[in-house]
Design a protein. Structure first.
Length: 97
């Protein structure tokens, strides 16, 4: 379950305690409330089984990363982080970061 927690603070609403797997939120509202910057955050609990065969983007080979399957081919210690690793690396490669 992915929850958009933009209008509730992490202090008052704790989505992970209600079974959420990923939380997205606007950092502009809660960290830099004056609006001088734009930011967002993705927080992954690290407990979802991305290699369970239900999410093609994690099951099919990603040719731009040597045919790696994000939900299957990571070392066991990194497997719980497959969502956030993909969320960080693929956009950086696509935008030249």
């Amino acid at each position: 379950v992915i929850v958009d927690s933009t209008f509730s603070t992490p202090y008052l609403c704790r989505p992970f305690e209600f079974g959420c797997d990923i939380v997205v939120s606007s950092m502009t509202k809660w960290v830099g409330g004056h609006g001088a910057g734009i930011a967002g955050i993705i927080v992954d609990k690290g407990g979802f089984p991305w290699g369970a065969g239900k999410h093609p983007i994690f099951d099919k080979a990603d040719e731009s990363y040597g045919g790696m399957r994000w939900g299957h081919d990571l070392p066991e210690s990194l497997a719980p982080l497959s969502y956030i690793l993909r969320a960080r690396t693929v956009p950086l490669r696509n935008t030249g970061g």
